[in-house]
Design a protein around this ligand. Structure first.
Ligand SMILES: Cc1ncc(COP(=O)(O)O)c(C=O)c1O
Length: 437
């Protein structure tokens, strides 16, 4: 396998026919080799293109801009702000009593950790497969992360969780449902109950998903969501925090920077819960504004329909990639009603350099993959051992092994079902090239 400048591409044209060729790419993607003309598959849509904000959201945003009242507490007499209304509507969607809209998912995590009572120096269990804002939030509040191994299915390893929980050192679990993979929440709830551990859920990738009928986020005492561009609702940046606990939520609202205007929140606890806390809670200035809230409110009614669209695409990817040489997919648990907004698989029969070459070849054909086995942080991917600002980075051989073969990609809804089929076919073809039995 080699590359001869960017006009040349090495391709295994068809795994079944076992035809290997170095092919010259003509502009119209007609490939010629040994007199045989082959039309190869190329993909040409951007993996970062989200759908447009619905017209209702654009109209609502223009309304906010025309009003000039963008700050959540800047309202006309008797007016409920967009942010306040979003909190009310998202709390209803989530089936939680309280909801707070903030500036980002990362801020929701920091506020949730503080509101749950995490103090500097406190140990917090966290699954080791997550994204950089999670260790960042732990670091920001001075917590000491205790990373827990993950299993082959990318979920937290229950045996390691039990082992670490049983030492009694950590009073909290910050559980990331990374890439939408939901672990056995019933088992996690039992482990944490047994060891008196408070669960905070990071649902950045599971908004609208369920475990055993329970909406993701409703097992823990606090749930954090992100509305950053690549998530299930898109306001560019943004976050939501939900809970049924009135004291924690009062604390969270004060921390978000409510300037004692907490009665102007859409889904807040009664005033009595703020009476004492308002003297002791710092203002961390993480309020959402009305512009983002207006955009989000218009998207919320479309969320469940969009989840069905994501899952239709996910099923196509799964069906094409299942059982293909060089690829191992992980089937989902029947109890998991996931949101297929991203797709993960393990490579098989490829060493690190073959994986790198496989990803490069897919990229040349327009399919962008992320590899969590990379030694250096890259783009949105980083590994637990990349977060060197943390005081202690543990050895996690199992997680390292799982991530060494973990490949992932996002599925934007601007991709049609046929686009997903084409991407999967390209991935499968290239995997067959690099797979060694
Ligand atoms: C797993 C996970 N948790 C938390 C966050 C934080 O979200 P935000 O980007 O809104 O701060 C992200 C963002 O990408 C994420 O992927």
């Amino acid at each position: 396998m080699c590359a001869f400048g960017k006009d040349w591409l090495a391709l295994g044209y068809d795994g079944q026919l076992s035809v290997w060729a170095l092919q010259f790419i003509l502009p119209d993607s007609l490939k010629i080799f040994s007199g045989v003309a082959i039309i190869t598959k190329l993909f040409n849509k951007p993996f970062t293109q989200q759908e447009a904000i619905p017209d209702a959201g654009v109209a609502a945003a223009i309304e906010v801009l025309r009003s000039g009242r963008l700050h959540r507490y800047n309202t006309a007499d008797g007016e409920a702000s967009e942010t306040e209304l979003l909190e009310k509507e998202y709390a209803a969607y989530q089936g939680r009593r309280y909801c707070l809209a903030v500036t980002s998912g990362g801020q929701a995590l920091q506020i949730a950790l503080r509101a749950a009572g995490v103090l500097p120096g406190d140990k917090v269990l966290a699954n080791a497969y997550t994204l950089a804002p999670v260790p960042g939030a732990l670091h920001a509040v001075g917590a000491v992360p205790q990373f827990v191994e993950i299993s082959d299915d990318w979920c937290v390893d229950l045996a390691d969780l039990e082992r670490q929980a049983s030492t009694g050192e950590a009073g909290y679990l910050l559980l990331s449902h990374m890439r939408g993979r939901i672990a056995d929440m019933d088992a996690i709830a039992q482990i944490c109950k047994r060891h008196d551990i408070v669960i905070i859920e990071d649902c950045a990738h599971t908004m609208g998903a369920r475990w055993n009928g329970v909406l993701s986020g409703n097992t823990g005492v606090l749930a954090c969501f992100s509305t950053q561009t690549y998530k299930h609702l898109n306001s560019g940046e943004g976050g939501l925090l939900c809970s049924n606990d009135p004291r924690m939520m009062a604390q969270a609202i004060l921390l978000s920077g409510s300037y004692m205007l907490y009665e102007r929140h859409g889904a807040a606890p009664a005033a009595q819960y703020f009476a004492q806390l308002k003297w002791t809670s710092p203002n961390c200035s993480a309020r959402m504004d009305n512009l983002r809230a207006a955009i989000l409110r218009a998207q919320l009614p479309c969320l469940d329909a969009n989840i069905r669209r994501w899952n239709e695409r996910y099923r196509v990817l799964l069906n094409v990639l299942r059982g293909r040489p060089g690829i191992r997919v992980i089937e989902r648990d029947r109890r998991e009603n996931f949101v297929g907004s991203s797709f993960q698989f393990h490579t098989v029969g490829m060493d690190a350099s073959a994986i790198q070459a496989f990803i490069g070849a897919c990229e040349q054909r327009g399919v962008e993959l992320k590899w969590f086995g990379r030694e250096t942080p890259h783009g949105f991917t980083s590994r637990f051992d990349s977060w060197r600002y943390l005081a202690h980075i543990p050895e996690l051989p199992q997680t390292r092994k799982v991530l060494a073969t973990t490949v992932d990609f996002r599925v934007p809804l601007t991709f049609s079902v046929d686009d997903c089929r084409l991407c999967a076919e390209i991935i499968a073809e290239q995997a067959a090239v690099y797979f060694v039995e």
